[in-house]
Design a protein around this ligand. Structure first.
Ligand SMILES: Nc1ncnc2c1ncn2[C@@H]1O[C@H](COP(=O)(O)OP(=O)(O)O)[C@@H](O)[C@H]1O
Ligand SMILES: [Mg+2]
Length: 96
């Protein structure tokens, strides 16, 4: 039997034609990024790098996507709780 798709087990979900309703794309990710560094996220294709990064920056459209129980701490603030206006400012200033 073919292995289950990676998107069947995650807590971050974007419901698109690529993934059936309520599929989970990434599950239980935890990472820390040092200030003033340029980190890379490495992994095999489809392991969830893009979904993870987009979720942190709140670039997965909600609905249909959502992050369950997520906390993204940046300079002492939880990005999950910020207004969209504040997120836009953070995205603009965090860009290289
Ligand atoms: N918008 C989305 N909605 C639902 N599932 C998605 C979406 N984007 C990617 N996926 C699924 O999430 C998993 C991780 O994809 P992705 O983060 O793009 O991998 P990577 O960037 O590591 O190659 C894959 O199974 C992919 O099909
Ligand atoms: Mg990718």
């Amino acid at each position: 039997m073919a292995p289950a798709p990676a998107c069947s087990r995650s807590k971050t979900c974007g419901r698109t034609s690529r993934c059936a309703p309520h599929r989970q794309a990434v599950d239980d990710v935890s990472l820390s990024i040092l200030a003033r560094t340029d980190p890379g996220l490495v992994g095999e294709s489809g392991c969830g790098k893009s979904v993870t990064a987009h979720s942190i920056m709140r670039l997965i459209p909600t609905p249909p996507g959502r992050s369950q129980g997520a906390r993204f701490l940046f300079e002492g603030q939880d990005l999950v709780k910020l207004s969209e206006a504040r997120m836009r400012r953070i995205r603009a200033t965090a860009s290289p």
